[in-house]
Design a protein around this ligand. Structure first.
Ligand code: TYM
Length: 357
């Protein structure tokens, strides 16, 4: 089948640091698995990284880290288009145009915005029904703490990434589903406002399984860079073992078939992702009959995680040393991604009435 007839898959990861197990199981692992059967487009979201971490030296270094880790995890530039978001200037122009159809209110109600804005303002965790207070804090804050407009319009930029390539399948972790819902809403709104059938509505893509949320090791819900609880694909084995051995647990089950505390359930979630079904069953049985020793579980978990991460780490170190190759990969990717983006933008301008004299 010619590549133009294949369904278009697109996804990206922000260049805010090295990639962790959450990125791997939520996104990266699926990327490599899709590249034979789909028209795959994977990019490094450096513009999105600017919304929370505008540090020039770190941003520059992290674009290279993410690229090397994409390649080390098996994305093949001969099969998939790999590019840097900021290499496609058409994205920035379409972001401006699409923003004309996006409401401030719907952006302010987005969970990721509320979460990151709260962090930027140093506010504590939300009550369930505090939208009014939250809006007052964001708008009326007179300190020098600021919530930048780029953070608010993060979902517009993400929608543009997807829509400008006319992608229909978007492999992401669970935390990104609300952004995808907004993307579909913006696509529908654009189509109906201009009376066109122009943008397809993209869906998430998990090979039929449920979207994943990889937990942290500190008992908290999600592994994330800003939570400081990450196991990185490039962690040295010693460092990784130490992190796993320090994971939060509890005093252990006191009676057969006790319910699990969240930190212990999180360890089992990680075990299910990285170990064999036999190993998982062994520790589940041991938990159920109260013979479990968390130290043994952690040792096994660390070794099984290392089986996944070590080959990626070693390949990433090699690839990082080859700047000429890395440059070639993104130059070739940008050329392909720009061609399609330019076509879409040309049509969007025309539909919106930007047609010259
Ligand atoms: P980022 O960098 O925050 O996350 C990249 C990918 O990793 C997934 N992920 C997780 N999955 C499961 N468990 C976790 N603990 C975990 N932590 C991160 C995220 O769901 C995501 O798939 N906004 C996107 C970047 C982006 C994008 C796009 C994605 C920009 N434009 C267009 C798809 C299509 C993001 O979350 O990056």
């Amino acid at each position: 089948m010619a590549s133009t007839q294949k369904e278009i898959v697109l996804s990206g990861i922000r260049s805010t640091g090295n990639l962790h197990l959450g990125n791997y199981y939520g996104a990266l692992r699926k990327f490599a698995a899709l590249q034979d059967d789909y028209d795959c487009n994977f990019f490094i979201a450096d513009l999105h990284a600017l919304t929370t971490a505008p540090d020039p030296a770190a941003l520059h270094a992290n674009v290279k880290n993410v690229l090397a880790e994409y390649l080390a995890a098996g994305i093949d530039p001969e099969k998939a288009t790999i590019f840097i978001q900021s290499d496609i200037p058409e994205i920035s122009e379409m972001y401006l145009l699409l923003n004309m159809h996006v409401g401030i209110g719907e952006l302010m109600r987005t969970a990721s915005f509320k979460d990151k804005a709260r962090k930027a303002l140093g506010l504590t965790a939300p009550d369930d029904d505090d939208d009014g207070d939250f809006a007052r804090e964001v708008c009326g804050n007179e300190t020098n703490k600021r919530v930048n407009a780029g953070l608010l319009t993060y979902p517009t930029l993400m929608a543009v990434d997807i829509l400008i390539q006319k992608a229909t399948k978007v492999p992401v972790g669970k935390d990104q589903l609300q952004h995808l819902e907004l993307t579909r809403r913006f696509a529908r709104r654009f189509n109906s406002f201009y009376g066109v059938d122009f943008f397809p509505e993209p869906t998430d893509f998990d090979f039929g399984g449920a979207p994943v949320k990889v937990p942290g090791l500190d008992g908290s819900g999600k592994m994330g860079k800003s939570e400081g609880n990450c196991l990185y694909l490039t962690d040295d084995p010693k460092v990784l073992r130490k992190k796993v051995m320090r994971a939060t647990t509890d005093e252990g089950p006191k009676a057969p078939d006790s319910p699990m505390s969240e930190p212990v359930a999180n360890l089992f979630t990680l075990l299910e992702l990285t170990s064999t079904p036999e190993v998982v069953k062994h520790f589940r049985d041991a938990y159920a009959d109260c013979s479990i020793r968390y130290g043994d579980l952690k040792k096994q978990l660390a070794e099984d995680i290392l089986k996944v991460t070590t080959p990626i780490r070693e390949r990433a170190l090699d690839i990082m040393a080859d700047d000429a190759y890395l440059r070639r990969v993104v130059a070739q990717g940008a050329e392909k991604a720009r061609a399609r983006a330019a076509d879409t933008l040309r049509e969007v301008r025309h539909i919106m009435g930007i047609r010259g004299i």
